[in-house]
Write a protein that binds this ligand. Sequence first.
Ligand code: ADP
Ligand code: ZN
Length: 729
Amino acid sequence: MINQASIILKNVFGFDQFRESQEAIIDNVLHRRNTLAIMPTGGGKSLCYQIPGGVFDGLTIVISPLISLMQDQVRQLNELAIPACVLNSSLSDSDYQNNLDALKQQQIKLLFLAPETALQSNILDLLTNCDVACIAIDEAHCISEWGHDFRPEYRQLNRLIECFPRAVCIALTATATPRVRDDIKRQLNIVDSSEFISSFDRPNLFIGVVPKDNPYLQCKKFVEQHPEQSGIIYCQSRKGVDELTSRLQQDGFSALPYHAGLSSIKRSEYQERFIRDDVNIIVATIAFGMGINKPDVRYVLHYDLPKNIEGYYQQIGRAGRDGLDADCLLLFGYGDTGKIRFFIDQMSNEQEKRLANVHLNQMLALAEAEDCRRTPLLAYFGEQSARENCANCDNCTGESKEKSDLTVPAQKFLSCVHRTGQRFGSSHIIDVLRGSSAEKVLQNQHNLLSTYNIGNEYNKKQWMTLARQLIQKGLLNQEEQFGGLKLTQKAGDVLKGKVPFFALLQQPVATTSHTSKTLANPGDQQLVAILKADRKRLADEANLPPYAIFSDRTLNEMAYYFPHSEESLLRIHGVGQAKLEKYGTHFLNLITDYCQQHDLQEISNNQSMSQVNASKTTKPTTSAKSIEIAQAFENGQSVMALAETFKVKPNTINNHLYRYVQQGQRFTRPDFLLEQTQLERDKIDQALNAFEQHTAERLKPVYDALNEQVSYDQLHLLRVYFIHTKANA
Ligand code: ADP
Ligand code: ZN
């Protein structure tokens, strides 16, 4: 059965591989074992019930607390040609009735319901007449009274489950403490072996913190580094949101505010505009984010300090759900800490106060961390970071160039060098500072010195870093033969407190800056822009968010591999059968047009980069297929007939004819091309004129010039004719 799941993954979703634990979870569900899946936001929870939903014969019910998320999923599933619908009170009467009918006729694979809807007696009656194969409970932590988001309706889902003893149940959540997990398992009859916990690490998120000194300028600079990308800026207060939004707007940025003080109409309007890429930036309080699933948020900026790691993690988690790199930056000011402490002090409940302080301190540990930021972040979830150097946070890549005042530790180190007689190397000095009882320390009676055991605030590695910088900056000289350290004149000034000593306690590690590693295979940016513009147009026409058509990753791969055929397009990430049928021709045209114009050739999916560059310079030759098709066309077979014969889309035939002519080949009766368009003569003349005036290299300008009255398919043929005439004039 897992094979069937893999086929759906590839053919429907267009993905090559399951992500961590998705396969095990899906396999468990397909074996009809109740399952609990704990995965971070963006981890890919939806696939864990969407795919079984596709495999099972019967109906899959998905319980979700948020209407906007349900609608978003239904839109995306329908785009993939998976029959899915939602039943709720926001539907018009006729839509509601249509959905009911479709359900009764067993035409629906996935039904999305809010918990309270699922428990209504009329809905329960309806469902008992359906063959319910699976019940998926999203945001399952809402079941538990111990959770932060308990919902009484969730507690009653048992009643729903009892009605369908044959249905398998899968519960999913991104946040659950061990106590909440146990609660979910008990409520839903899930055995321990059916619990799957994924790592909370989101390796594609770059995590950075900078001291907040000039927040607006810092924010502006950061946003400018992400032109035309979607991003969220979180502020602590509504007032802060409004002020920052208007400043950004004044400076010409495309930004909208979001907070609980705005009317719900405004809030959903702004959210929708963000989702549809009509606006790039949302400036928001923590009220923003729950109801959105936008996969291509490229950055999250924290303008103010979050109160705890839980919230911080949830907010940065909204970036990079598509798995591509995303940038998270926190502006960290001690003033913010003071404000939060002030609020905590106002709390009357002592226990709450203590807890809030603990949470704040955890957040501070992350903000002040000098080692990998993922260490305190993952520690919060009881996880140990897999690597000491994650290579994707400012500390690990050495990007935080902000130096700290290390005068006091420098004085300790220098003074220890002095007291031990300026004969020893760093390692010994550090042993003394950290109170080691190593033989060498005791032998030299260095345990009796005043500098013995006064340096436990830093670990050995950090002291080593400091020592290196003292040498680099000329406060210490290292004797070449034995490595003994000696003080210089400069050291005296620091020791006496005449000059401060600023340095990095974390030495930069030699890695490339994170901005350069956004994509392993960055596509042709000009083509990406063309594809994005058309995606946006198609999305607006279909009243969909652009990501429901194709993801950024998909467009990028198209602009990297330049697929020219349906077969190659299917190899692109995120292109399955349904998307191919709906949008394949359109995007293939854009790609082939662009490639013709820039003399680029398709790159097979397993070619290396060096081959990529080499192939850019070789000229395409007319393929045997193009010649075969062109000759059949010459013999009077219409485009439609050829499409039938070769089992391809008419537009693929057009592409072959185009390539044929591009290579300088001739037709004996080119007028046959014009006949195929079935256009009136004056329309044809207008179009040929438009090619003359604009360009024959791209169809869009001509399409626009003709007020969209001639279709792309027709234009494609007319262009073949146009080029043919020019070449043979
Ligand atoms: P979650 O519900 O856990 O926050 P989603 O189910 O929304 O996450 O998935 C996040 C993104 O990852 C979506 O854009 C989805 O299409 C993509 N995704 C999920 N699984 C895979 C996979 N196996 N391969 C590629 N992309 C995936
Ligand atoms: Zn790190």
